[in-house]
Design a binder for this molecule. Structure first.
Ligand SMILES: Nc1ncnc2c1ncn2[C@@H]1O[C@H](COP(=O)(O)OP(=O)(O)O)[C@@H](O)[C@H]1O
Ligand SMILES: [Mg+2]
Length: 281
């Protein structure tokens, strides 16, 4: 269980995250939505301590994360894997080495500097790639892969890290609809099969509705909605996106319709044609 209490981050006069409190049970998949600048990235960055909170606390299984230092802090950061919009792979290194870099936190520095990964590390890396359906790319330089494949490599790297939490910051914002679906399907499968908690920043509402059992809507640093996909009304969505009366979900659509078609909520907003496309695999 991740417990965030009155978490606040100020940059000079600007409050990027404003007294956010959230309780995220283990094994859940939560989507955080909001327009650009709402504070989504800053919130995730505080959870894994890439950014220092100005105020408030973060606890995981009762342990206070927000005050960890030294080895304890490194251990925490190793147990929350980050997935970024821009993949953050090393393009000239082959895919398998990129994946094994996820093991760095478990390997001594000297060994890691010389890239002396064990056979078990390699096998774990290959198995993770196989799970994501891209094991055939293992020996290619990561930079030669498509964006969708690179993001799946990043997810494989997160998996070998054996994380307790996956924090994904707009993982599909740079991807076309088909690859966006493959990446979201992969995150969902890991969440369901491994029981790893996934917190995923998304700026598209339809993706959050399709994949996340819980949606947190942020605006100007504050949580202004927290509930299931079916509970989010047009008015609330409009408020989250700061849109006018002409708001519809097309404005926030990635044109993907989740694998979980049986979970697609009753739309209370007219479904625009653009977001109704189903990608058949
Ligand atoms: N390092 C920083 N220094 C100053 N301001 C920042 C910094 N990081 C984020 N901000 C500001 O904090 C606000 C929230 O940003 P961010 O968390 O990136 O929002 P989102 O991810 O929802 O787009 C924005 O106004 C942004 O300009
Ligand atoms: Mg962001």
């Amino acid at each position: 269980m991740l417990e965030i209490r009155t978490l606040t981050k100020k940059f000079a006069d600007m409050t990027a995250v404003d007294s956010v409190s959230l309780t995220i049970p283990e094994g859940s998949m939560v989507g955080i939505i909001g327009r650009s600048g709402a504070g989504k990235s800053t919130l995730l960055r505080m959870v894994n301590r890439l950014a220092e909170p100005t105020k408030g606390t973060i606890r995981f299984h009762g342990q206070e994360v927000s005050s960890l230092k030294g080895a304890g802090l490194r251990q925490w950061q190793a147990s929350c894997a980050m997935i970024f919009q821009q993949f953050n792979l090393v393009p000239r290194l082959d895919v398998l080495t990129n994946v094994m870099l996820g093991r760095l936190n478990h390997i001594g520095t000297v060994r890691s500097v010389f890239k002396l990964f064990s056979d078990k590390d390699r096998m774990d890396g290959l198995l993770a790639l196989e799970r994501l359906g891209i094991e055939q790319t293992a020996l290619q330089p990561a930079g030669t892969l498509s964006g969708g494949q690179q993001q799946r490599v990043a997810i494989a790297r997160a998996l070998v890290q054996k994380p307790k939490l996956i924090l994904a910051d707009e993982p599909i914002a740079s991807l076309d609809p088909l690859n966006a679906k493959l990446v979201m399907d992969a995150l969902k499968r890991i969440n369901e099969e491994d029981g790893i908690t996934v917190v995923c920043n998304l700026h598209t509402l339809d993706t959050a509705r399709s994949y996340c059992e819980r949606i947190v809507g942020m605006s100007k640093g504050k949580v202004i909605f927290d509930g299931g996909p079916n509970d989010l009304t047009t008015d609330e969505a409009r408020e989250i996106y700061g849109a006018g009366d002409d708001f519809n979900e097309a404005a926030t659509s990635t044109s993907i319709s989740a694998a979980a078609s049986e979970k697609t909520p009753e739309a209370d907003i007219d479904e625009p044609a653009a977001s109704g496309k189903v990608v058949n695999l």
